[in-house]
Design a protein around this ligand. Structure first.
Ligand code: PAN
Ligand code: ZN
Length: 182
């Protein structure tokens, strides 16, 4: 019998094995995402906002395959708005995805193509089914790291352009020390 080749530590979200790739997004990569552009320009634009580890066993675009990933959104704010991911629709619009909370506290913003947006609370053990045609963004509304696992089809692709153009119609701000969806 062979040993397992791929491991996920469900405590700290670390993926280990072949074909695990890590990408980082710094604040500069999120230009235009935050409402307070003055606070944005005054921030350290080289700080890491989030990191994504992906088990990329398939090439992007392949039908019938899956990707597995873990995102870590660090705690922080621009003005009163919490750190978040860029967010995207899938390029193949009608492809779904699962997200699951591993550690920390956050909000999953979900927006349909008409711009109708809602937020689901994310915490350790929460499971989120994101149907096709729904844009998704993670917001870290806690004081520690927000770790979230995900599984999605390898032909889904990522459409960041629509979000760069129109954004999400709701934002999560820190008001009186707690997260508010505005
Ligand atoms: C996730 C996201 C990850 C980073 O793996 O790609 O959380 O967010 P952005 O891609 O919006 O920067 C996923 O939804 N994959 O489809
Ligand atoms: Zn996705």
């Amino acid at each position: 019998m062979e040993q397992a080749k791929l491991f996920m530590n469900f405590q700290n979200g670390l993926l280990q094995g072949q074909a695990v790739q890590t990408t980082q997004r710094v604040l500069k990569d999120l230009k235009g995402c935050f409402s307070d552009s003055e606070a944005f320009e005054e921030s350290d634009l080289s700080q890491i906002v989030y990191e994504v580890q992906i088990h990329a066993r398939e090439t992007e675009g392949k039908e019938g395959g899956l990707f597995w990933g873990v995102s870590c959104v660090y705690p922080g704010k621009v003005g009163n708005e919490y750190f978040m991911t860029k967010g995207h629709f899938h390029l193949q619009r009608d492809t779904a995805e699962y997200y699951f909370g591993i550690q920390g506290e956050g909000v999953l913003l979900l927006m349909d193509e008409s711009g109708k947006c809602r937020g689901e609370k994310v915490k350790a053990g929460s499971l989120h089914y994101i149907p096709g045609k729904i844009a998704h963004r993670l917001v870290n509304s806690g004081n520690g790291n927000l770790l979230v696992g995900a599984c999605w089809p390898s032909n889904a692709g990522h459409d960041y352009g629509s979000i760069a153009q129109n954004g999400f119609s709701k934002r999560v701000f820190c008001m009186d020390n707690s997260p508010k969806l505005v």
